[in-house]
Write a protein that binds this ligand. Structure first.
Ligand code: DQA
Length: 271
C-alpha cells in the first residue's frame, strides 16, 4: 500500500469514526501489514471497545471508495482482523452477496453499483437468543426438543437468504450484553426476533431497551409458556411486541422469519 493511500485511509477512518451513524461502536482502527507478499490485500485490525453482536458488519471508506468490508465474529473484545480490499482494486473485488453494510456511508460518496447493492441488501434482521438457549438440544429435551442452537441459527440464516433477508444472530446469557446488542442494532436492524428465555418474565431493562430503540420485534418461545408454571405466564415484552409465537417448538423461528420477510417485503414494519 502506498504511503499516500495509507495516510488517506487513516484520515478517513478518523473522519468515519465521527460521522458514522453507528458511532457508538467507536471502534479504533489501525492497519497492520500482516502479509507483505499480499500488499494489495492487507489486514485491518479492529479493536472493539466492548463485545459486539456476532456478525456485526463493518465497512470503511477511503476517499470515495469503499476499501474494506468485513464481518466481526464472534462477540469479543479481542482485536479481530478482516480482509481488506484496496480502493484501486475495488472494481474487481468479490463481495459475498450475504454481506451487508453495518453503517451507511456519507451520502456524498459515489459508490456506483455498490450503492445499489447496499439498498438491495438492507433487509437486516437480528435474531437474539437469551439465557440458557445455548443449551438447546441437551436442555430439557422433553420441553425444548433436540435441535441445537447452531442448527436453529443456520436454518434461520439460510431461510433468510432465500427470502432476501440478512439474519444476524446473537446469543448471550447476560442481560447487559443483550441490551448492548439491541442498542448497537438501532441504526441497522429493521426487525428483531427475540427469544428472551427467562428474561421474558423478569426484565424491565430488556423491555426498556426494545422500546428505546423502537425496532419492531417478535417474541418467540419454543415451549408453550402458558401451559407451564404461573411465573412463565407473564411477559415484560409481549405488549410491546408486534406478535408473540409460542409452543410451536423451533418451528417458531421459521414462522417468525417468514412473517418478517412478508412484512418487510410489503414495506410494512407495523410500527
Ligand atoms: O428459557 C426459556 C425458554 C423459553 O423462552 C422458550 O423458548 O420456551 C421459555 C422461558 O420461560 C424459559 O425461561
Amino acid at each position: 500500500m502506498h504511503v499516500y493511500e495509507k495516510a488517506m485511509l487513516l484520515v478517513w477512518a478518523m473522519l468515519y469514526r465521527n460521522l458514522a451513524p453507528k458511532a457508538d461502536l467507536a471502534f479504533q482502527l489501525w492497519i497492520q501489514q500482516r502479509d507483505q507478499r499480499r500488499a494489495d490485500h492487507p489486514q485491518i485490525t479492529i479493536k472493539w471497545p466492548r463485545p459486539s453482536c456476532n456478525g456485526d458488519m463493518l465497512s470503511l471508506y477511503s476517499l470515495n471508495h469503499p476499501v474494506c468490508i468485513g464481518v466481526a465474529y464472534p462477540p469479543s473484545t479481542e482485536p479481530i482482523s478482516v480482509a481488506c480490499v484496496l480502493s484501486s482494486r475495488i472494481a474487481n473485488a468479490e463481495v459475498p452477496s450475504h454481506l451487508n453494510y453495518g453503517a451507511t456511508p456519507p451520502s456524498t460518496l459515489d459508490l456506483g453499483t455498490r450503492k445499489r447493492e447496499h439498498t438491495a441488501m438492507s433487509k437486516y434482521i437480528l435474531l437474539i437468543n437469551g439465557p440458557n438457549l445455548n443449551l438447546l438440544g441437551t436442555r430439557e429435551p422433553a420441553v425444548y426438543g433436540s435441535t441445537t442452537l447452531p442448527d436453529v441459527v443456520s436454518a434461520a440464516k439460510s431461510q433468510g437468504e432465500r427470502l432476501g433477508l440478512t439474519v444476524h444472530d446473537f446469543q448471550s446469557n447476560h442481560e447487559g450484553a443483550i441490551i448492548d446488542c439491541i442498542h448497537e442494532a438501532r441504526q441497522t436492524a429493521q426487525f428483531i426476533i427475540i427469544n428472551p428465555g427467562g428474561l421474558t418474565h423478569t426484565s424491565v431493562a430488556l423491555r426498556d431497551a426494545l422500546a428505546g430503540v423502537a425496532i419492531p420485534f417478535l417474541e418467540v418461545h419454543i415451549s408453550n409458556v402458558h401451559a407451564r408454571e404461573d411465573f412463565r405466564h407473564r411477559s415484560f415484552l409481549s405488549d410491546k411486541a408486534v406478535g408473540v409465537i409460542c409452543g410451536l417448538g423451533v418451528f417458531g423461528y421459521t414462522a417468525a422469519i417468514d412473517f418478517v420477510a412478508q412484512k418487510l417485503e410489503a414495506g410494512n414494519t407495523m410500527l
